[in-house]
Design a protein around this ligand. Structure first.
Ligand SMILES: NC(=O)c1ccc[n+]([C@@H]2O[C@H](COP(=O)([O-])OP(=O)(O)OC[C@H]3O[C@@H](n4cnc5c(N)ncnc54)[C@H](OP(=O)(O)O)[C@@H]3O)[C@@H](O)[C@H]2O)c1
Length: 321
């Protein structure tokens, strides 16, 4: 277990039981250079208990709007904070993700935190002139804008698409001719992916290790840039199982492969806006450094090494805490 001593800076990790949060908390603890306060709704979850065994202090604090006072208390005494927003069920015109993010940031300021690292994404609204609707990107960019206006040091990590999406949300279907990967991307367009469970931590730890150097920086976190067809081909090669790609890029294709999505029109609109944005404009703005995360984390998982490590054969996996 990591030795807790008060001489080490304390970092509060918001959403510590999330895939990203777990990675960040574990990387900070494993370094032996930080104390970690892990914020979660459920202190008795497996994820929380695992972090506790590694030396984290577990504090109950829900990620929801209207909790700024509680978050301020929860972050008290922290030198740094990793902030993330959970997946939000979007019911327009509610602005829940932005509100949660703004309140978390204001709480960090109120608690006297010196440096916040926020898990953000590009501003799709601005980059597309309002033609694509992907509020879970744009709202993070609006939170980033808010944080940049605060008198607090800040840095931003932009995680690529998660490999885990195919394990927990877009699971391949088994048929007579093998697995069908219905993928929300066209077959030949290279897009960035990462493993949130292992990639977020090294990036955020690097930033806290060199706090001044990374002040005001927005940094992509990438494991590999590859096409949907390459993902399927790699899966076949690694697992030896027959599998083929099917497009779920258009609305009709998406609803054909995932009919249950039809019950949630904002989700469908958002998914389509997101993938059209990524394909037509690029997931990252042109000026981003696409090599940084792989330079500072040379063990960053490619899709192939992710598959081998996870020993994933196409089954449904859950990463719930
Ligand atoms: N999927 C992708 O390809 C992708 C790519 C880039 C960025 N992102 C962003 O990543 C974020 C999600 O990160 P993740 O996948 O690491 O999270 P996750 O594993 O889904 O976990 C989210 C955590 O937030 C807490 N939570 C969930 N729903 C909540 C609610 N309604 N109220 C309060 N707390 C809630 C839960 O922790 P407790 O139970 O402990 O409270 C949960 O462990 C989203 O903002 C998403 O937009 C996703």
């Amino acid at each position: 277990m990591t030795q807790i001593t008060s001489s080490k800076p304390l970092i509060t990790v918001v959403g510590a039981a999330s895939k990203q949060g777990r990675s960040v908390a574990e990387s900070l603890l494993d370094s032996g250079r930080y104390r970690v306060r892990a914020l979660t709704r459920r202190h008795d979850s497996e994820a929380a208990q695992s972090l506790s065994r590694k030396g984290a202090e577990i504090v109950t604090a829900p990620l929801q709007a209207g909790m700024q006072a509680e978050l301020t208390v929860a972050m008290h005494g922290s030198a740094g904070a990793f902030l993330m927003t959970p997946p939000i069920v979007r019911v327009p015109p509610a602005d829940t993700e932005f509100t949660i993010g703004r309140e978390m940031a204001d709480a960090a300021l109120g608690a006297g935190v010196e440096h916040v690292v926020f898990s953000g994404l590009e501003n799709v609204e601005a980059r597309t002139g309002g033609t694509k609707w992907a509020p879970h990107f744009t709202d993070k960019a609006r939170i980033e804008d808010h944080i940049r206006g605060l008198p607090i040091r800040s840095s931003f990590v932009y995680l690529a698409f998660f490999y885990t999406n195919f394990l927990e949300y877009y699971v391949p279907q088994r048929g007579n001719d093998g697995l069908t990967f219905a993928i929300y991307l066209p077959p030949e367009v290279p897009v960035p992916f990462c493993d949130p469970l292992t990639a977020a931590g090294p990036a955020v730890r690097e930033i806290f290790d060199h706090s001044e150097k990374y002040a005001s920086k927005s940094l992509p976190v990438i494991g590999e840039i590859l096409t949907a067809q390459e993902m399927v081909d790699t899966f076949v090669r690694v697992t030896g199982q027959p599998a083929h790609y099917a497009s779920a890029y258009s609305r009709e294709e998406l609803l054909h492969h995932f009919p249950s999505f039809a019950a949630d029109e904002p989700l469908v609109r958002e998914l389509i806006g997101m993938v059209e944005y990524a394909v037509e404009y690029g997931y990252y703005a042109r000026e981003r450094d696409l090599t940084w995360s792989r330079d500072i984390d040379t063990g960053a998982l490619t899709w192939e090494t992710f598959l081998r490590r996870a020993d994933w054969k196409g089954d449904l996996r859950t990463f719930a805490s």
